[in-house]
Design a protein around this ligand. Structure first.
Ligand code: GLC
Length: 559
């Protein structure tokens, strides 16, 4: 049944809120997505991952689901979804659904039922505990904190009880220990698989299993209070195997897990083919190379060596064990050309194409985030109220509460905000970048769409879109680019990234300059007699055994 189609896939992520608004109500929608499928086909992707389309009160914009079997009204109806699925399949595009099953919305009927009475069978669907009394004060059951700041426990009305939420307080964590919960989830997965979807992206999956009984985290060095009790928990592998056996393996499906700081051992076990858990996970370690401790808002000078470690390690670990994924952007990160120390103003084309080359020629499935294929940049937000993401506000408020001046706090937020990726996709230079007919978009952008939009990019001489077409064309067809083993060269080089891929005795050699200055790069001996397969400049300068790489130049050589 399993064909492992995913190994040769190229995935495009759509954040439905902001892709294309067909009925001019300010929200992107399914009809809008359908109208752009031919565009995606032309780009050369083979699968689409849809950020949540389900019914949601949008406290965390779709990642708080109130009904897993309904499409949210603002996106369309189930009939529209069925048509979307058929239209994708007609074009040979696979469909990957986002599954947010660590938590549900507090507006989900399970949660509402759970709160109705202590005897409700739904009570045990969630993680509800008595608070603790200290000096007459009611304290949460433990000192765990939410990934989104503050306590991970929310008091239930005026009672002494609290429910656990590792994200917003409107996202209540499910109790995976309860077999009924797992049954419900398996039912939901099968509902979508039966409809014909081709796979899932599991949201923060490695938080499903917690350590009980619940206790305080007294570790001084923990990055998030409680993490040791809820990351890669003791029953993780068992839970994944159960879902795999009762749902995922019954279809020719693919699942990628979004992991939250997994340990190396756990990560490997999740993707090991013989374990029958997940097909792959996302690795984000390279995306922490321009911030402090993985905290997106806290900028630091870009560290290429850290980027390389994060990029190469999973390729090494998962090769011939499982499969890998390659990511530069998603709905939780700022735009790639606006970070990593890049001089976006002068070299947007060069940097966008270099980043794509060095990332996607690696071992693993390319994941492209909407707008990345034309080098969309960060938004010039001017004030905190321009931002819709609750996390931007939580962190801003936290900084302010420690006395940080508003301007400074906002500058941090602006560096790492998820909002940058959530402004409307720019299709042309008409009002709102052609996102719609002029209605105020749910998340306002700025006027960057006048210069950076799909129509303009595609008609310009140096089109990032066209470069992506070429690059993806290679990635899809070239067996070395898909199946080759990666070998890193010159790790200590702080400006240039270089590696080879080798498969059945044949090799590719990939090199990219991360600096805005020209750099001389001495080719390794075994990469000297190769021919250029792809170049983001019209020419390549070579002097003897050295390449003279221009600003953000990247090359792919073949034997
Ligand atoms: C994942 C999602 C993010 C969401 C969080 C909670 O990290 O990618 O957007 O806020 O989980 O569901």
């Amino acid at each position: 049944m399993k064909t492992q189609w995913y190994k040769e896939a190229i995935v495009y992520q759509i954040y439905p809120f902001s892709f294309k608004d067909s009925n001019n109500d300010g929200w992107g929608d399914i009809e809008g997505i359908i109208s752009k499928l031919d565009y995606l086909k032309e780009l050369g992707v083979t699968a689409i991952w849809f950020s949540p389309l389900y019914q949601s009160p949008d406290y965390d914009y779709g990642y708080d689901i109130s009904d897993y079997k309904q499409i949210d009204e603002k996106f369309g109806s189930m009939k529209d979804f069925d048509r979307l699925l058929a239209e994708c399949h007609k074009r040979d595009l696979k469909v990957i659904m986002d599954m947010v099953i660590n938590h549900t919305s507090i507006e989900h009927k399970w949660f509402k039922e759970a709160l109705k009475s202590k005897d409700s069978p739904y009570r045990d669907y969630y993680i509800i505990r008595e608070g603790r009394r200290a000096k007459g004060k009611l304290l949460p059951p433990s000192n765990w904190t939410s990934s989104f700041t503050g306590s991970a426990w929310e008091r239930i009305g005026n009672t002494d009880e609290f429910y656990l939420h590792l994200f917003c307080k409107e996202q209540a964590d499910l109790n995976w220990e309860n077999p009924k919960v797992r049954e419900e989830i398996i039912d939901i997965l099968n509902f979508w698989l039966k409809k014909g979807v081709d796979g899932f992206r599991f949201d923060v999956f490695n938080l499903f299993s917690k350590i009980y009984p619940i206790r305080d985290d007294n570790d001084k060095h923990t990055y998030q209070k409680g993490a040791q009790f809820f990351v890669d928990g003791p029953r993780m592998h068992e839970f994944l195997k159960e879902i795999n056996e009762k749902a995922l393996s019954l279809y020719d499906s693919y699942t990628v897990g979004e992991s939250y700081r997994p340990s190396k051992e756990a990560a490997l076990a999740y993707v090991k083919q013989e374990n029958h858990e997940l097909d792959s996970i996302f690795n984000f370690a390279h995306m922490e190379a321009d911030n402090i401790g993985g905290l997106k808002f806290f900028w630091k000078p870009f560290d290429l060596l850290q980027f390389k470690r994060g990029f190469f390690e999973p390729q090494e670990d998962y090769y011939q064990n499982g499969w890998n994924t390659l990511v530069l952007e998603n709905h939780d990160n700022p735009r790639s050309v606006s970070r990593f120390g890049i001089d976006t103003k002068h070299y947007r084309y060069e940097a966008a194409t270099m980043l794509a080359t060095v990332m996607f020629m690696g071992f693993g499935i390319p994941f492209i985030y909407m707008g990345q294929e034309i080098g969309m940049v960060n938004c010039r937000f001017e004030r905190i109220d321009d931002l819709k993401d609750p996390v931007s506000h939580f962190v801003y408020d936290l900084m302010r509460s420690y006395g940080m001046p508003g301007k400074l706090a906002f500058s941090f937020i602006r560096y790492g905000a998820r909002d940058h990726a959530r402004i409307p996709t720019a299709w042309d230079d008409s009002t709102n970048g052609g996102f719609n007919e002029g209605a105020e978009p749910w998340q306002k952008g700025d006027l960057a769409y006048r210069d950076i939009n799909v129509a303009k990019d595609r008609s310009s001489e140096r089109s990032i879109f066209r470069y992506y077409q070429k690059l993806l064309g290679i990635k899809k067809k070239n067996a070395i680019a898909i199946y080759g083993k990666t070998r890193e060269y010159d790790h200590e080089n702080r400006k240039v990234i270089a590696y080879s891929r080798e498969y059945e005795g044949k090799r590719l050699f990939i090199v990219g300059n991360f600096s805005k200055r020209s750099v001389r790069y001495v080719l390794p001996e075994d990469a000297r007699n190769m021919t250029v397969l792809l170049n983001n400049y019209p020419e390549v300068k070579q002097e003897g055994d050295s390449l003279l790489l221009k600003a953000y130049q990247s090359l792919v050589f073949e034997e």
